[in-house]
Design a protein around this ligand. Structure first.
Ligand code: ADP
Ligand code: MG
Length: 483
């Protein structure tokens, strides 16, 4: 590489670093970006080095795109950014032997932690340099918890069958933290069903009543802070801060699967807090016993308090949530539209909320009221994405399985109720969950006429209103098909 080219590259890199620092903030900059070293430019590809795999993967995932576009802006000769592990730096890191958290068989994070610990050891004689580049203790301290979202209150949480138990448990913990039987409180359920909302609601209520310290963070942040504390040799501070709170909430614990060092740290924090009579609240996507990949002793302790699951939403709950949110927005939304949304968007509340917000924003923008037509139009892509996944074959298979009839009966001429009703349900679901037309659906069901399909759809809609058992079966099938 010619030396002028070399110094131009260096200058570009410095400017990119500067911009990134502004974008990501000091702490993240020092944690990740500052560990990058500039490599050579080959053709249109610039190489950047990181000392180890975990850092490389992290930087690639978090900043890869951004690095590429910043380089392209800086220097049009650069089109691609290649992130590599620098073997030399890695070897240097491995020579240290002060590796307090080193262990076998863990995931990427362990590699990082032990390697970081090693690196720190190797850098002991560069004390000043370390002090100058590590996040200061104050930053770590100020960064400990994440602020609570003021919108996520108990009042704003709509209660229905699927979440009433979790809601009651959350309310109980907010009123009487650390009471026997409720510590830890373990909330679990699928994405977008209100776990984070309930945790914030507990935190907000506790804080509103006065002098109590509450720390909320995701498990990912927990790991991030933990690594940062190792790097800056402030583990003790980190531990003390965590152990000084009255209530600790860790969201999305499943993130710690495979991250054994962080799990271990969490386990100790957990024990220390519970032993001291403080409240722990944890959320995850599965129950403690189903979180395989978490250490057994941790799973056991997590299941020792109150375990509450949030089930998938029902049609009624979705309607209530939509009604509440529409009312709060102040924009009138016709009941037909709410019903339509509650039928179409069944996966989770976040998407439901997103769809409603989009409708309302659109109506405000164009100055016209929300109607069923405008809804179908505005949400076209969103609804299509929901429909794409389910096929009529799948629907027929699931429904036949559920009602214990033969798959061939979906297209047979048999009219016995035991066969005809499930067939109608399958037609109804095909209409609801796919974008197929009535004649297309008819053909899939043994070449039936489109009027037969229409009749089935109407009949099942009617029956669902009269027969809660049937309505539940249909909702269950819908849920299974969509998840
Ligand atoms: P999770 O943490 O389980 O993935 P969140 O708590 O982030 O889900 O909820 C996603 C969104 O849906 C949030 O905006 C939340 O306020 C809203 N939400 C979920 N459940 C309810 C509910 N029962 N009532 C009102 N809003 C809800
Ligand atoms: Mg969440």
């Amino acid at each position: 590489m010619a030396s002028s080219e070399n110094s131009a590259l260096k200058a570009s890199w410095l400017r990119i670093c500067d911009r990134l620092k502004g974008e990501v903030g000091d702490v993240e900059y020092r944690m990740w970006i500052q560990r990058i070293t500039l490599g050579p430019l080959d053709d249109d590809e610039i190489t950047l080095y990181l000392p180890e795999r975990f850092l490389r993967d992290w930087v690639r995932a978090q900043y890869g795109q951004r690095l590429q576009s910043l380089w392209r802006e800086e220097n049009p000769a650069v089109q691609h950014v290649e992130l590599r592990i620098d073997k030399k730096a890695q070897r240097a890191a491995k020579t240290g032997d002060d590796a307090p958290q080193a262990e076998e068989g863990g995931g990427a994070a362990n590699l990082s932690i032990s390697a970081m610990a090693n690196e720190d050891a190797a850098a002991l004689d560069r004390e000043e340099a370390v002090a100058a580049t590590s996040p200061s203790m104050n930053e770590v301290r100020n960064d400990l918890a994440v602020p609570l979202d003021r919108r996520f209150t108990f009042d704003n949480f709509v209660v229905g069958k699927p979440n009433e138990f979790a809601y009651a448990c959350a309310g109980r913990v907010a009123d009487h933290p650390a009471s026997p039987g409720f510590n830890p409180l373990f909330l679990y359920g699928g994405v977008g069903l209100g776990k984070t909302h309930l945790m914030h609601a507990i935190g907000l209520k506790l804080i509103s009543r006065g002098n109590i310290s509450v720390a909320y963070m995701s498990a990912e942040k927990f790991m991030y802070r933990f690594i940062a504390s190792m790097q800056s040799k402030s583990q003790m501070e980190f531990k003390e801060q965590l152990r000084s709170v009255d209530v600790l909430m860790i969201d999305d614990l499943q993130f710690l699967i495979g991250k054994n060092s962080t799990q271990e740290e969490f386990f100790h924090t957990f024990n220390a807090l519970v032993d001291a009579g403080r409240q722990i609240i944890v959320s995850a996507d599965k129950s403690p016993s189903d979180l395989s990949g978490l250490e057994d002793r941790l799973r056991t302790r997590l299941g020792c308090g109150m375990v509450a699951d949030i089930h998938a939403t029902t049609f009624e709950l979705r309607i209530s949530i939509l009604e509440a949110k529409a009312k709060a927005s102040g924009t009138p939304v016709p009941p037909k539209v709410l019903e339509y949304l509650a039928h179409k968007i069944t996966t989770n509340v976040r998407e439901l909320e997103g769809a409603l917000n989009r409708l309302i924003a659109h109506a405000d923008l164009v100055g016209r009221p929300v109607t069923l037509e405008s809804t179908q139009d505005v949400l076209k892509d969103m609804l299509k994405a929901h429909e794409r996944r389910v096929t009529i074959d799948e629907i027929q298979r699931k429904v036949a399985e559920h009602f214990n009839i033969r798959l061939t009966d979906m297209s047979s001429a048999r009219r016995a109720r035991a066969v005809a009703r499930p067939r109608q349900i399958a037609m109804y679901l095909a209409k609801q969950l796919t974008s197929r037309s009535l004649p297309e659906i008819g053909r899939k069901f043994g070449n039936r006429d489109h009027t037969t399909v229409m009749h089935a759809v109407n009949r099942i809609s009617e029956l669902m209103e009269q027969d809660p058992g049937l309505a539940e079966s249909v909702e269950l099938l819908r849920h299974m098909l969509e998840s």
